[in-house]
Design a protein around this ligand. Structure first.
Ligand code: NAD
Length: 382
């Protein structure tokens, strides 16, 4: 029988394959190995040794925003949890507890919340329009994560809880024109959210609000508007427009192609938030007690069309490409933008403000390196 002791020096733990597709790092075997039971015991031991510190738990810590958040919180005790195998996390620090767990499972949520003080719930099956239009069931099944995480956090007596909602929770009727007004928080109702993903977010917001009302939990809810930056999804079908366009232009530069495929007619409007603004916004929102249980926009209000993204990236790359518009491809609503009146009121004038061109230049530089590395057969962040 293996001794717990023999793993005490290891900082990354993969439990048995409760995480679909993962293999148990300890036994190198697929799902449901006997380490399930021992993990319990082990987890409690580690948590107890940390109880003098504030324990921050980041659900979805292997993802784009979760990885940046873990890095930003940095020095505190952090437990990062994600269902992706550890070698696929976008960012991972050896200073943190990193666990591969599927949070749609109730027991895994209980383990995740054990001795936790602050929880950032960022885990969700998500992606850009191409993913959320084609995989509505997967998107809606993220409700299991939120159902179990809220209850587990409540039972564990968690002090503060953050839920990452989305601009997709807004009524799509209010986003049908390029010139549609920026979305105010009240525009979520009467409800007609984005099919699948948007309804899941809206329902989970409501559930979080009931935990605030009935069970007195301190929960913060932000509706993110299109976050972008390095160390995120840039290929594979889940990437969003800025990353997809950066990749396509980089590929054109590297292969010498002179054209680019664009989903839709290029006139769709969005507002895009630089990742550092998102991380700062989460922390500012969670420091404002008046925002408990109150969904708030977290996004830039700088309106950008898809064609303008292409213009900018062509400028960074020093190329001009023929644009092939794919009118049948997923394109989402015509005009979605954040109205930042409320966040400025709530946070003393603060709102995400990094100019899109500035953040996109850094994002392109990072994605260009990934595309180049992939073309040369080197390892990439995927
Ligand atoms: P991401 O896909 O990079 O990160 C989400 C992570 O959750 C992934 O690593 C994924 O493996 C993990 N996950 C999914 N199901 C899980 C499960 N059952 N158990 C454990 N982990 C699971 O996405 P992101 O951009 O970092 O988004 C973080 C959060 O912000 C998500 O909730 C997303 O819906 C929300 N959001 C993001 C944006 C954006 O533009 N990036 C916009 C609106 C809302």
């Amino acid at each position: 029988m293996r001794q717990i002791k023999s793993f005490q020096g290891v900082r990354d733990y993969t439990t048995c394959g409760w995480a679909k597709g993962a293999e148990c790092m300890l036994k190198k075997q697929p799902a449901n190995c006997d380490w399930c039971e021992r993990f319990d015991h082990f987890f409690v031991k580690r948590s107890e040794s940390k109880k003098e510190n504030t324990m921050h738990v980041i659900c979805g810590g292997g993802g784009f925003i979760g990885g940046h958040l873990a890095k930003a919180i940095g020095i505190f005790s952090i437990r990062a949890v994600d269902k992706k195998p550890l070698d696929q996390w976008y960012q991972k620090s050896d200073l943190h507890e990193n666990f591969c767990l599927d949070l749609s499972n109730e027991r895994m949520c209980q383990l995740t919340c054990d001795k936790a003080d602050v929880i950032y719930q960022l885990a969700a099956d998500m992606g850009g329009m191409g993913f959320i239009e084609r995989h509505r069931v997967e998107c809606m099944r993220s409700v299991l994560i939120n159902v179990h995480m809220l209850e587990a956090a409540y039972k564990a007596g968690v002090r503060k809880y953050f839920f990452s909602s989305s601009a997709c929770a807004y009524n799509i009727d209010k986003q049908q024109e390029v010139t549609s007004a920026g979305l105010k928080e009240s525009d979520a109702y009467p409800a007609n959210a984005e099919r699948g993903y948007g309804w899941e977010k809206l329902y989970s917001e409501l559930m979080a609000q009931e935990y605030v009302e009935e069970r007195d939990m301190e929960i913060y809810i932000a509706r993110f508007h299109n976050v972008y930056g390095p160390n995120g999804t840039w290929r594979g079908g889940r990437e969003k427009a800025p990353a997809a366009i950066c990749r396509k232009v980089a590929e054109a530069v590297i292969t010498g192609s002179n054209s680019i495929d664009i989903w839709g007619d290029g006139t769709q409007v969005r507002t895009y938030m630089w990742i550092d603004d998102c991380i700062e916004g989460i922390q500012r929102i969670m420091a404002e007690p008046l925002l408990v249980g109150v969904p708030i926009n977290l996004g830039s209000d700088e309106r950008i069309t898809v064609n303008e993204i292409v213009d900018l990236v062509e400028g960074f790359a020093g190329v001009k490409l023929e644009r092939r518009y794919q009118l049948d491809a997923p394109r989402g609503v015509v005009g979605r933008a954040s109205d930042n009146t409320f966040i400025k009121e709530a946070l003393d004038g603060w709102a995400p403000s990094t100019p899109f061109a500035e953040g996109l230049a850094k994002t392109y530089a990072w994605i260009f390196e990934q595309v180049k590395a992939a073309a040369e057969g080197r390892q990439v962040i995927d």
